[in-house]
Write a protein that binds this ligand. Structure first.
Ligand SMILES: Nc1ncnc2c1ncn2[C@@H]1O[C@H](COP(=O)(O)OP(=O)(O)O)[C@@H](O)[C@H]1O
Ligand SMILES: [Mg+2]
Length: 325
């Protein structure tokens, strides 16, 4: 590595000496905590053992160690981050961010659904660091706050039948109060997805593209939550969405809002954003005869992206459920 580039190394037991040193220096430089952090009790042996079990990361710049973390694979489907530290003389946010980016890639490569870590509640800067990166506090075990994040995913969906299958898999994870925001051009498959969801949830159909109706409630036929299907296409803004008074129903229902991006999110502090893109769709027509919102080609495969927002989705096995072969 040359210049100022950061080098993030997949660490093994051979890096234990360097890593225990940076752990001691960085945790030792923190304000005094009661009880003191157990990080100060780590030894070369204890760090080597953790590295042998689950690995970790070491960040270097010009060959000098700048930061480190240890991985923890004790929870199924989740990657734990321990002893996340940055050299106290540097305190550059860039090191922590770079290291975290690689940690999230590692979680994905290892087939995990999400990441967890414990943060000392007495350290507001650290709490803020994780909150800003969309890690959500999901538990408290004094003096720790547990933070978690669920990884997003994208997958190809070649046919309407597979769109139904994807929706049916998601249905197994849904609970009353859940909000799904669907986006994608006209004809992308938002209603097709919602139909698959309705079938899987066992609600009374048919689910159609609403024409005059903006919100439609489909009661459950199987003692489950109803499906509230909203088409926000004709709504001017979030205030109008408020007018249709979804709040009254969203606690007990699964709510799906087509065209809801930027509007529906205020209905809940957690939601799933599902974006459907049509592969091969021409974004710009040089003659200006088509524009965004035009009907898309029926036969093109779709790429569906699912992004969780908010604490509701922490710990939910989204990737493993939706990406399973
Ligand atoms: N992979 C696919 N996923 C979903 N729909 C598809 C796919 N391939 C073709 N289609 C077709 O595209 C159309 C999607 O329409 P619709 O679900 O009403 O879109 P939207 O609600 O996004 O406007 C349907 O006619 C559907 O059969
Ligand atoms: Mg539609």
């Amino acid at each position: 590595m040359t210049g100022n580039a950061l080098n993030v190394i997949d660490a093994g037991p051979e890096h234990a000496g360097v890593i225990v040193d940076i752990i001691h220096r960085s945790f030792g430089a923190r304000p005094k905590l009661e009880p003191p952090s157990k990080a100060l009790d780590e030894t070369v042996e204890s760090v080597a053992e953790q590295l042998a079990n689950a690995g970790g990361l070491l960040v270097e710049r010009r060959g000098l160690p700048m930061g480190a973390m240890l991985f923890d694979e004790s929870r199924p489907g989740q990657l734990g981050l321990r002893r996340v530290c940055v050299d106290p003389d540097i305190q550059a946010r860039g090191v922590a961010s770079a290291m975290l980016g690689v940690a999230e890639d590692t979680a994905e490569e290892r087939g995990k659904d999400g990441i967890w870590l414990d943060v000392r509640e007495e350290l507001p800067d650290t709490v803020q660091f994780w909150s800003r990166r969309l890690y959500h506090p999901v538990g408290r075990d004094e003096p720790f706050i547990e933070f978690g994040k669920t990884l997003w995913l994208a997958r190809e969906v070649p046919t309407p039948g597979e769109m139904h299958t994807l929706a049916a898999r998601l249905a197994t994870l849904l609970k009353p109060g859940d909000l799904l925001v669907l986006s994608g051009d006209l004809g992308a498959g938002k209603t097709t997805f919602t139909q698959g969801l309705g079938e899987a949830l066992g609600v009374r159909g048919p689910i159609t593209s609403p024409t005059f109706v903006i919100a439609r409630t489909h009661p459950s036929l199987v003692d489950g939550p109803p499906l509230v299907h909203v088409d926000a296409y004709r709504l001017g803004d979030a205030a109008e969405l408020d007018d249709i008074d979804l709040d009254a129903t969203t606690d007990e229902a699964v709510t799906v809002v087509e065209w809801g991006e930027g509007m529906a999110e205020q209905l809940a502090d957690s939601w799933l954003h599902i974006r459907i893109e049509v592969r091969g769709a021409r974004p710009i027509d040089p003659l200006g005869t088509s524009h965004e919102g035009d009907l898309v080609d029926e036969a093109e495969p779709r790429v569906v992206t699912v992004k969780p927002h908010g604490p509701r989705w922490v710990g939910v096995p989204l990737r493993s459920t939706l990406l399973a072969p």
